[in-house]
Ligand binder design. Structure first.
Ligand SMILES: NC(=O)c1ccc[n+]([C@@H]2O[C@H](COP(=O)([O-])OP(=O)(O)OC[C@H]3O[C@@H](n4cnc5c(N)ncnc54)[C@H](OP(=O)(O)O)[C@@H]3O)[C@@H](O)[C@H]2O)c1
Length: 333
């Protein structure tokens, strides 16, 4: 079989002020270098879709820069003793089709679960690990806690709901998500209740769902959702700020209830999964054990969209439409 000599790769062309536009990214065809010693040629099979890319294209990636993300790829040719053609390997790959990478840049062979070759991007992926560190290291969720999780039907949120309820054993876990179907799914994962933040009586319904007030919040959204939560906190409650999805596309963060942080002595603390890199591998094994023990679901916990390389940006942008549930993955044709 002859090896490809060119590959396609997406670059940032025009950073957007708000939502991404058709000209935000551009697809380039570039020459593929020959495979050198200790390198592998891979064909990218799955890409993780992460909201952080929206902030990176405004703040960190230069014009003409590539868009790197977690992914899974099949080894096509190898000059590394560690990998053979046919291996499914995980690592960070640019949005594109093929890549030549040093074997040392790969994270290893993919951890697969039955029927889920992409498990190391979804239930065992960075979203789940982020949820783990937020629930156990930041919030230290315990049995007598009332916990609220926003974007509860997303990748991080759906894992956080399950860790808080089925592993930490919190007495009440309430999700916040967009729409009745997503809320029904969040409840099927173990949440005691789930409130649709798009409903006109969101504030009243959330208040009714936490009659004893809230001890701990796993915050993925910010903005109006967080503003609604603040007056419902217990004194000395904790908020672990994982993400601020509501402002990634240029929206302002507006708070009317920020004074509650002082009145209620609320502990608001940000965290990032990057603080825990040395523990990623052991934590993925722990989460795999939770799956085996039936504490965390690996069934139907991702939205896998089959796409061509030309459709990578538009598939990623589905994150901001509410059309995905659980982890949004791109499966490249
Ligand atoms: N700190 C870290 O290390 C770290 C690591 C990973 C992720 N994160 C953050 O964690 C959060 C969740 O990440 P994820 O990967 O699990 O994404 P996600 O929650 O799966 O993101 C997609 C979902 O976000 C919701 N959403 C989109 N736009 C929204 C808006 N304007 N207001 C409210 N909800 C909106 C939609 O769900 P609905 O239909 O329910 O609205 C959508 O389906 C993000 O803020 C991300 O940046 C942080």
């Amino acid at each position: 079989m002859s090896l490809p000599t060119e590959h396609k790769v997406w670059v940032l062309a025009n950073p957007p002020a708000a939502y991404v536009q058709p000209d935000t990214f551009a697809l380039e065809t570039r020459a593929l270098p020959p495979v050198a010693d200790d390198q592998v040629l891979v064909k990218i099979k799955y890409l993780s879709n992460d909201p952080i890319v929206r902030t990176l294209i405004s703040a960190a990636i230069p014009r003409g820069g590539t868009i790197a993300t977690s992914g899974l790829a099949e080894v096509v040719a190898s000059k590394s003793a560690a990998y053979a053609p046919g291996d499914l390997v995980s690592g960070r790959f640019d949005w594109g089709d093929y890549a030549v990478v040093p074997a040392t840049a790969l994270t290893g062979k993919a951890i697969e679960l039955p029927g889920k070759p992409y498990a190391s991007l979804s239930v065992l992926g960075l979203g789940s690990l982020t949820a783990y560190f937020g629930v156990f290291d930041q919030l230290k969720v315990a049995a007598d806690d009332v916990v609220v999780v926003s974007s509860a039907a997303g990748s991080v949120g759906s894992a956080a709901i399950q860790f808080a309820k089925h592993v930490a054993g919190a007495k009440r876990v309430v999700g916040i998500a967009g729409g009745a179907d997503k809320c029904a799914w969040v409840k099927s994962l173990g949440a005691d209740d789930c409130i649709d933040y798009k409903s006109p009586d969101f504030r009243e319904r959330l208040a009714a769902a936490v009659p004893d007030k809230i001890d701990k919040v796993f915050e993925n959204v910010g903005g109006e959702v967080l503003d609604t939560i603040l007056p419902l906190m217990k004194p000395h409650g904790q908020i672990a700020v994982c993400g601020l999805l509501s402002s990634y596309n240029g929206q302002q963060q507006v708070f009317n209830n920020l004074l509650q942080v002082i009145s209620l002595r609320i502990d608001v603390r940000g965290f990032t999964v990057m603080d825990f890199v040395p523990r990623w591998a052991e934590t993925a094994q722990k989460v795999a054990q939770f799956v085996k023990d039936g504490k965390v679901s690996a069934t139907d916990t991702e939205t896998v969209v089959t796409a061509t390389v030309d459709e990578i940006p538009q598939t990623w942008a589905l994150l901001f439409t509410g059309k995905s549930r659980g982890k949004l993955l791109t499966q490249l044709e």
